[in-house]
Write a protein that binds this ligand. Structure first.
Ligand SMILES: C[S@@+](CC[C@H](N)C(=O)[O-])C[C@H]1O[C@@H](n2cnc3c(N)ncnc32)[C@H](O)[C@@H]1O
Length: 363
């Protein structure tokens, strides 16, 4: 809550560098000295996880204790959900969550392997999961130089105590960057806030699935929300419609990376989803000129009709499958569902809405 009005262009927060937990902080700590002796190389989030756990165990003896003490004890990301509630998601969301849970277990196993050679530290999976999601839901983008002791993937993160108390809104417009002149990480807002308003920032243009998996919440009117489609499912529909030269078409799609962002939103199917369907529906002559997809004009009347038919079959199939999940909820009465079950139900309804609108737009 702001105690005074805030005008567009104002810096709402500035955290001096010594108060940031960066790769430098981690490498200067005990974890750093263990890492320097080890032949294993972690990503920064793994190293920071160990750092947070060690510092939290020190309690008042750690300079970071006032910060650690204020961190949430648990999270609402699916990694903390009852496993049986994970079946309340649509197929593709479930697949993403399942893959993320597998990655989490792999990152933990790597830490266990590392700790087997340094007997001083013991970390349980629950401690690891807590620290991992503290970092996941609270880290900022912070450019770090490469280090021989830390893997280069995902190295540009840092924790910014106090700054990480700000919540996300889809209407927030901000710029966040390190200011070399005053040595502070700053957030500038382009919104205005009245005295006593809650001040929001933006975590990025994230879909609800992303918000749920990384931060543990969803937003009802999220303009960045999408329903993700599976490339193999799209190809399967093309097969069933007896479209020809599928292998050649798949090669074109995959070699040119067109099978990315295969999603639909309230505005209909994405450009790449449309392009993939156009290619799959092409006849022999059209396929020779497949680059016409970049012109955004219809390929031909026949192609246009085939794309529409394919889109209908695919999206209706998705809708049918998604609706079959509703019966898995333990009650039809929302008040009898747990908060997690309510999140899953709301997400399903949002996805159902997106699919329905996309189907309408195919007409
Ligand atoms: C960087 S922290 C923000 C501070 C957090 N509210 C706290 O008290 O510690 C990110 C977390 O805040 C919560 N959060 C942020 N924006 C939210 C929103 N618009 N609706 C619901 N929860 C939100 C989520 O739990 C998310 O994981």
């Amino acid at each position: 809550m702001t105690k005074r009005p805030i005008y567009p262009g104002s810096i709402i927060i500035a955290i001096p560098k010594p108060f940031l937990i960066t790769m430098e902080t981690v490498l200067k700590s005990e974890v750093g000295s263990f890492l320097k002796r080890s032949h294993l190389k972690f990503n920064l989030q793994q190293a920071m996880t160990i750092f947070l756990i060690i510092e939290s165990e020190k309690q008042e003896e750690s300079v970071w204790w006032p910060y650690i003490k204020a961190l949430p004890e648990t999270f609402d990301t699916p990694a903390f959900w009852k496993p049986s509630d994970l079946f309340l998601f649509s197929k593709n969301v479930y697949k993403k969550i399942f893959a993320a849970l597998n990655d989490l277990q792999t990152f933990y196993n790597e830490i266990l392997l590392f700790l087997s050679s340094c007997k001083e530290i013991k970390i349980t999976f629950n401690e690891f999961r807590w620290a991992w999601y503290c970092i996941n839901s609270r880290s900022i983008y912070y450019d770090c130089d490469s280090s021989p002791y830390i893997a280069d993937t995902n190295k540009n993160i840092a924790l910014a105590p106090f700054l990480d108390l700000l919540n996300h809104s889809t209407t927030a417009e901000v710029e966040a960057a390190f200011n070399m002149n005053n040595n502070c990480f700053e957030i500038k807002t382009y919104n205005s806030f009245r005295k006593y308003d809650q001040v929001f920032i933006s975590y990025g243009a994230h879909s609800n699935t992303h918000l749920l998996m990384e931060y543990g919440f969803i937003l009802p009117d999220n303009p960045h929300d999408v329903y993700e489609l599976d490339y193999d499912e799209i190809v399967k529909v093309a097969h069933n419609l007896n479209f020809q030269y599928i292998d050649r078409k798949k090669r074109i799609i995959e070699e040119n990376n067109i099978n990315r962002k295969l999603v639909c939103s309230k505005e209909g199917v994405s450009w790449s989803m449309h392009a993939v369907m156009k290619i799959l529906a092409m006849d022999f002559t059209e396929l020779k000129n497949w680059k016409f997809i970049f012109k955004d004009d219809p390929i031909s009347l026949t192609n246009q009709k085939a794309v529409k038919k394919m889109g209908h079959i695919l999206l209706k199939q998705e809708l049918l499958e998604l609706r079959s999940v509703f019966v898995k909820f333990p009650s039809k009465d929302k008040s009898r569902l747990t908060p997690h079950q309510n999140i899953a139900l709301n997400l399903l309804k949002i996805e159902e809405n997106i699919l329905q609108q996309s189907i309408q737009l195919l007409q």
